[in-house]
Design a protein. Structure first.
Length: 150
C-alpha cells in the first residue's frame, strides 16, 4: 500500500511539474470571455483584464469538466455588460517577467477593443504584476485593483 501511495504521489508531482514547465515557457495572449449580455450593471468605460496569481491559470480541463481559476466570475461579468479578458501569464516567474508579458497583453486588448486604456484586476501575485504594468505603461492603464495580494 505504501508503494502505491508513493507511486501515485510521484506521478502526480511529475505531472504537475511537466505542466508548469510547459506553461511557464509559453504564456499566451489574453483571452476574451464572452456571454450573452442580460444587463449592464457591470459595464465599464474601459475593458477589464483579469490577472491570475502565482501558479495561476485561466482554466484546466474543459468547460464541462475542469477547474476555472476565476470561479465563473468572468462569464458573469460578461453577461452583465463587462468587456472582460483573462491574462495568460507564466504561472511561476518574477513580477518583472510577468509584468512585461502583461504589458503585451494590455496592448493586445487595446487593439482588439479599440480602447486607449484598460482596467487591471490582479489576484494574489497578479497584484504586484498589475502594479508593475501600471508603473511602466501608465497611459494605457485606467485603473488597478488588487484582490488578496501577497
Amino acid at each position: 500500500m505504501k508503494t502505491f501511495i508513493r507511486t501515485t504521489q510521484a506521478l502526480a508531482l511529475s505531472t504537475l511539474a511537466i505542466g508548469l514547465s510547459m506553461h511557464t515557457q509559453a504564456a499566451g495572449s489574453a483571452s476574451q470571455v464572452t456571454a450573452k449580455v442580460t444587463s449592464n450593471y457591470a459595464k465599464t468605460k474601459y475593458p477589464i483584464l483579469m490577472v491570475h496569481g502565482w501558479l495561476g491559470w485561466e482554466r484546466i480541463g474543459t468547460n464541462t469538466i475542469g477547474l476555472d481559476y476565476w470561479y465563473q466570475i468572468l462569464p458573469d461579468m460578461a453577461r452583465n455588460g463587462s468587456t472582460v479578458f483573462a491574462a495568460q501569464l507564466s504561472p511561476a516567474n518574477t513580477t518583472a517577467h510577468r509584468g512585461e508579458a502583461l504589458i503585451a497583453q494590455v496592448e493586445d486588448v487595446m487593439a482588439i477593443t479599440g480602447q486607449p486604456k484598460v482596467n487591471l484586476i490582479g489576484h494574489s501575485h497578479g497584484g504586484p504584476t498589475v502594479l508593475y504594468a501600471a508603473q511602466v505603461k501608465p497611459n494605457a492603464i485606467a485603473s488597478i485593483t488588487g484582490v488578496n495580494n501577497c
